[in-house]
Design a protein around this ligand. Structure first.
Ligand code: GDP
Length: 531
């Protein structure tokens, strides 16, 4: 093995790249904060975000987020945990950003599902789990807010199994909840870990009692000791044991109980992540074979573009997941879609939200490339080969508005802003072939607000929306150039170019789309476009 191959293999073994999925308010931000505390990247938890105190997550970049207290962007945080290096990708919590979330989930190798144990499985969690099922991503589960009165833990597990169709293997088990929350019993370590309230801001010295028969348990827990013994008997009989293979296949989830706010149990989850979650996985390509992380030749794909992350820099950053090999500062790589070799001298890494220049990075890491308009979502970079990573789609928008300027002199600025925002995948823009209209398409209604807000703050244009009769859009292709030409001439009034100059059919009604598809059987109408 070459030295490079050895170094890559070693670094791959260290890394875990994951994202948190949850329903808004389940505690994703608080867990992120505690995870970073364990990673010793924040001196004191509580500095990430306080919706009420007016402080904001390091991961919350934009004004919109401050105003609404929601996380619009995806951010990336890297931190060490024991001997390992963890990459945590933040996903937007609001349902209107599902496309963004989908693409972020293509860049991770496992997910943590956070559930509010007082509420159980909520809609947003169901949707996000559907997305993770597409790639059978391994899932860890954290039942949060044990310092409140929660639902019966066995019922919670049943609900996860029934609704989310994934088997549960409890790894820790709660003792009481709310004011009576005493701690958890760790089934695999055979240890009871006692909870102390009011310690959430720091890494605690844990009070651990080994063994269930230990008389100390009775001394410390009184009545709860026997109850715990009975419960653990029941739980062992009624639930699944942890099974690594089934976890890796996405069929079974280890379940942890705790309180993010009290910083209790988060470390058990992190220990599980380090021990069981996959090291950086291979990714499929258009050649039909996958690229393994251990391959020493560099490769990666862009899953996210973010404009103007830092208002002082007014830049755009393309987030690349490294799939194989090693990134070194100043290296040359091939930008496959445009067939050019580029030198990357100043990639960014995201150490707990601080942007720092990296000297080197490895599979599973996310690096940020400064983008001057040439990089698009889905782009592949290699050390010279011409394959393309697959599976990073754009979805056809479902809502449309015409966008118009208050000041018509700024048309150029408007177009520039819209094209850049569409490169990011924040929204899609369509320019009809036969008019000067600009049509904005979105997957959810909040995206429209985000776009107007960002056009104003980042491009200094005042835009307003008008309603427009559009039901859906489809990307159109044909292998037969003549037939495509004919189609183009006859349906010109319904055709537009998207932000990447791809031909799209803009259907005023679903019936119209159906009829057009019947009339032109040689034309393909695609609901998703692979970048
Ligand atoms: P997100 O919307 O999923 O990011 O949720 P946050 O982390 O912002 O949490 C939502 C609310 O729940 C905040 O007021 C948190 O302080 C609170 N919260 C989070 N974790 C816990 C917990 O373990 N116990 C209690 N009591 N509250 C919590």
């Amino acid at each position: 093995m070459s030295d490079l191959a050895k170094a890559v293999a070693q670094e791959v073994a260290k890394r875990r790249t994951f994202a948190i999925i949850s329903h808004p308010d389940a505690g994703k931000t608080t867990i992120t904060e505690k995870v970073l505390l364990h990673g010793q990247k924040l001196q004191k938890a509580g500095t990430v975000k306080g919706k009420k105190s007016g402080q904001h997550a390091k991961s919350d970049w934009m004004e919109m987020e401050k105003e609404r207290g929601i996380s619009v962007t995806t951010s990336v945080m890297q931190f060490p945990y024991h001997e390992q290096l963890v990459n945590l990708l933040d996903t937007p919590g609001h349902e209107d950003f599902s496309e963004d979330t989908y693409r972020t989930l293509t860049a991770v190798d496992s997910c943590l599902m956070v559930i509010d144990a007082a509420k159980g499985v909520e809609d947003r969690t169901i949707k996000l789990m559907e997305v993770t099922r597409l790639r059978d991503t391994p899932i860890l589960t954290f039942m949060n807010k044990l310092d409140r009165d929660i639902r019966d833990p066995l019922d919670l597990l049943d609900e996860v199994e029934d609704v989310l169709k994934i088997m549960c293997a409890p790894v820790s088990w709660p003792i009481g909840s709310g004011k009576e929350f005493k701690g958890v019993y760790h089934l695999l370590r055979d240890e009871t870990i006692l909870y102390k309230s009011g310690q959430g801001h720091r890494i605690q010295e844990m009070d651990v009692i080994k063994g269930l028969d230990n008389p100390e348990l009775d001394e410390r827990l009184g009545y709860y000791a026997d109850e715990l013994r009975d419960q653990i008997d029941l739980v062992k009989g009624a639930s699944n044991e942890f099974d690594l293979e089934m976890f890796l296949a996405g069929e079974l989830t280890p379940v942890f109980f705790g309180t993010a706010l009290g910083n209790f149990g988060v470390d058990h989850m992190l220990d599980g992540l380090i021990e069981w979650a996959p090291t950086p996985l291979s990714r499929e390509t258009d050649t039909g074979s996958a690229v393994e992380a251990s391959n020493p030749d560099f490769s990666g794909f862009v899953f996210k573009i973010q404009a103007n992350m830092d208002p002082r820099h007014r830049d755009r950053v393309a987030f690349m997941r490294i799939v194989s090999g090693k990134y070194e500062k100043g290296m040359k790589m091939k930008h496959v879609r445009i067939g050019k070799e580029v030198r990357i001298a100043d990639a960014l890494t995201f150490l707990a939200g601080d942007r720092e220049h990296v000297e080197e990075a490895y599979p599973g890491d996310i690096i940020g490339l400064h983008n001057h308009g040439t990089i698009q979502i889905g782009d592949t970079f290699t050390s010279g080969e011409s394959f393309k990573f697959s599976g990073i789609p754009n979805f056809a928008p479902e809502m449309f508005r015409r966008i118009r300027l208050r000041d018509p002199l700024k048309q150029k600025q408007l177009l520039k802003g819209l094209v850049q925002l569409s490169e990011e995948g924040a929204v899609q823009v369509f320019r009809p072939l036969v008019s000067n209209d600009l049509i904005v398409g979105a997957v959810g209604v909040l995206q429209f607000d985000v776009v107007v807000h960002r056009l104003k703050s980042e491009y200094n244009v005042d835009a307003i929306y008008e309603n427009i009769q559009v039901a859906t859009a489809r990307w159109v292709y044909s292998d037969d150039a003549k037939k495509l030409d004919d189609f183009r001439r006859k349906t010109e009034h319904n055709l537009a170019l998207d932000g990447g100059d791809n031909l799209t059919y803009i259907a005023p009604t679903m019936a119209n789309l159906g009829l057009t598809q019947e009339r032109y059987p040689d034309i393909k109408f695609d609901h998703t476009r692979e970048h």
